[in-house]
Design a protein around this ligand. Sequence first.
Ligand SMILES: [Zn+2]
Length: 339
Amino acid sequence: MFRTAIAGSLPKPAWLAETHKLWPQWKAQGDDLLKAKADATLLWVKLQEDAGLEVIGDGEQARQHFVHGFLEQVEGIDFEHKVKMGIRNNRYDAMVPQVVAPLRLKGRVHAFEAQLTRAHTTKKVKFTLPGPMTIVDTVADRFYGDKVKMAMAFAELLNQEALALQADGVDIVQFDEPAFNVYMEEAADWGVKALERAAQGLTCTTAVHICYGYGIQANIDWKNSLGHEWRQYEKVFPALAKSSIDQVSLECFHSHVPPDLMKLLEGKDVMVGVIDVASEEIETPEQVADTIGMALQFVPKKHLIACTNCGLAPMDRAVAEAKLKALAEGAKLAAKRYG
Ligand SMILES: [Zn+2]
């Protein structure tokens, strides 16, 4: 049997937030919003279990965006005066908050949804946090004046929250580092070190997700500019193979990533993307099993986890549900074929 998991995010129901958006506005406020977030989290826990996934997440229902959800609990950040900044090497503009003082956690960030998820499933729980390098690329620095210094400051805070999540009963803490695919030299140079700082002292499973982004137009255009072979992973995988991180999540299906790059992750669990998040078309179990079969040429069976290419947040809810089912059914079919 092949293990199955999702990268992290899932669409928010229309009664919780605006749909089909990366930075959606909430539909409620205060206590009502908290209740709605809880209901949406439970809904997706159930749907992931019904689909037959092995690892369950909160679907990131309680955070507006995968980076800013964490930042909202960090002191030293000015959210009142956001500035426009080109992010991911100017691939697109975002309104980002500014770091204006020493960084400190105000308290727990994700206790509510982590504990809720833990209480409602007996399966393994994975919880996602943004990686330090990606955070640094999604805020404006008006205080540290040094990228690496600021990344290490964020890594310390992430570590505090990660240790607390572990104490909540989370089995896998995953850091999302799409920036690793944009700043490849820096990722290998200090990005992985910052990541290890964020994961320091964790005894649960640790993971990193590196992707080519959500299925939004800016990312689709960027992918189209990358040429026939996407070799970005080649720079950072050797550094990750030597790191303390246990699992690496990568894009595979419908990407131009040469699959033999997976060999660079020898010894690690590899979360192979078998579900495309940039297409509404539902994969067939046969397609999923084919991708798993192809990956098996480079990743030993015991290290292969079938996964989505990235989060499903901006997708249509019904499409996302169908894709979860395709993922689990395809993994079952692969077990029959290659078991
Ligand atoms: Zn991603």
